[in-house]
Design a protein around this ligand. Structure first.
Ligand code: FAD
Length: 382
């Protein structure tokens, strides 16, 4: 192990791009990844010509031109734009909330009519002053009908708690548009790599200076690794790294159930959200609609079920409420005290909900620091 400059825990985007950049400076890395494959939650595989995102739909969307140029060096991206349909007990609505939704909900045809309807419902609900919870926040932003049909059930399934027990800040920035526009994300650059995301990781990790061990959990040899490696990049759960000494952080988990069907077109859209409380899943993805490249006669769908997290399950989302933030701060302080040996990175290492573009940008910042690069250093310029 003497020959490695870095041990990297996790072959997701943070760990993989760190290794890729380090190799450019002649540095050797060993990556240990507990799953049987590279790619972290961005991992995709292809069957029947259909690219399946194994950890839920991943749509690249960003305003960060440097990150966009970077990822486009490793794959051709299509021009996919996410347009989600909500199914509430058999009624269909366009998301995110826009003039199409308001027309479908109330028959209103102009922005002025839509705004008047929302105002009327806010008044009827009698909410004044600071919203005390998610329910009040939602109603004061969008009115009772949309809250009841499109927000309440979905949100309660997602968080496993009543909307009246959830903090208002979760939906501070509820996207509401008074134009006819179903494009889910507001970002300038959007798309999905044709053939999936795994090809990016194959390229990032192809250097002779990088070795990857899959099915290798860091915690099986933690003490040895710490003794042997002077520099460790860790993208797993920070509370587990420090043996939960300040207590456990909370996470949300997910379960995915996939099915292959003998049809060309099951639901007519890439994502349909089930917004009632009774349907146990939150959304159904039909993968062929993300790129239109599938073979004829087959389709693959995946149902996504939110789950409470415990130590036997995958941690997908940090729960960034006050309690957890206080706990995380203690771990972050401890991490800083050990910064000569350890770099904590990524969604689980920094206990932060990162989109892909954000985690790549965070990796760039870490690489700049580690290799003392100037701010004008351009990642993968031509
Ligand atoms: P990860 O990708 O989670 O990689 C961490 C890796 O570390 C994993 O492979 C894990 O197995 C490994 N690891 C952890 N602990 C250990 C250990 N002890 N030993 C060895 N290995 C370990 N972002 C978008 O931009 N657009 C989207 O549409 C989008 N959709 C998403 C949908 C879902 C359902 C989820 C969960 C996430 C979505 N994201 C999306 C976010 C995206 O997945 C993350 O930004 C990205 O994967 C974070 O990268 P990371 O390297 O921090 O972590």
């Amino acid at each position: 192990t003497k020959k490695y400059d870095y041990l990297i825990v996790g072959a997701g985007p943070f760990g993989s791009i760190f290794a890729y950049e380090a190799a450019k400076f002649g540095k050797r890395s060993l990556i240990v990844e507990k799953r049987p494959h590279i790619g972290g939650n961005m991992y995709t595989h292809t069957e029947n010509g259909i690219t399946v995102h194994d950890y839920g739909a991943h749509i690249f969307h960003t305003d960060n031109k440097e990150v966009w140029n970077f990822v486009n060096k490793f794959a051709d991206f299509n021009n996919y734009q996410n347009q989600v349909i909500a199914n509430y007990q058999g009624e269909l609505y366009n998301l995110p909330f826009n003039m199409n939704t308001f027309y479908e909900m109330w028959g209103v045809k102009t922005p002025a009519e839509a705004k008047a309807k929302i105002e009327e419902q806010k008044k009827e609900a009698g909410i004044s002053g600071q919203p005390r919870n998610l329910e009040e926040q939602a109603i004061s932003l969008i009115g009772t009908d949309i809250y009841r049909k499109l927000i309440k059930g979905y949100t309660e399934k997602q968080w496993g708690r009543k909307a009246t027990e959830l903090p208002a800040f979760i939906i501070k920035r509820l996207p509401v548009r008074f134009i006819f526009d179903n494009n889910y994300f507001n970002h300038r650059y959007q798309g999905i790599p044709i053939g999936g995301y795994t090809q990016l990781f194959d390229k990032w990790l192809s250097s002779d200076l990088i070795d990857v061990k899959t099915n290798a959990d860091f915690f099986e040899h933690k003490d040895d690794y710490i003794k042997e490696f002077p520099r460790i990049v860790y993208t797993g759960m920070i509370d587990r790294f420090f043996d939960y000494r300040f207590g456990e952080l909370e996470y949300r988990s997910l379960k995915f159930e996939s099915e292959t069907l003998d049809t060309d077109n099951y639901q007519g859209n890439s994502v349909i959200n089930y917004t009632d409380a009774k349907t146990p899943y939150t959304r159904v993805m039909e993968w062929r609609h993300f790129d239109g490249l599938a073979d004829k006669g087959k389709t693959i769908i995946t149902r996504e079920y939110p789950q409470n997290w415990d130590r036997s399950k995958e941690a997908y989302y940090p729960v960034n409420n006050e309690k957890n933030t206080e706990i995380y701060k203690k771990y972050a302080k401890l991490a800083r005290e050990h910064k000569d040996q350890f770099i904590f990175g990524g969604r689980l290492g920094l206990y932060q909900y990162f989109d892909m573009d954000q985690v790549i940008n965070a990796t760039f910042n870490t690489v700049r620091q580690e290799f003392k690069l100037s701010n004008s250093y351009v990642f993968d310029k031509n």
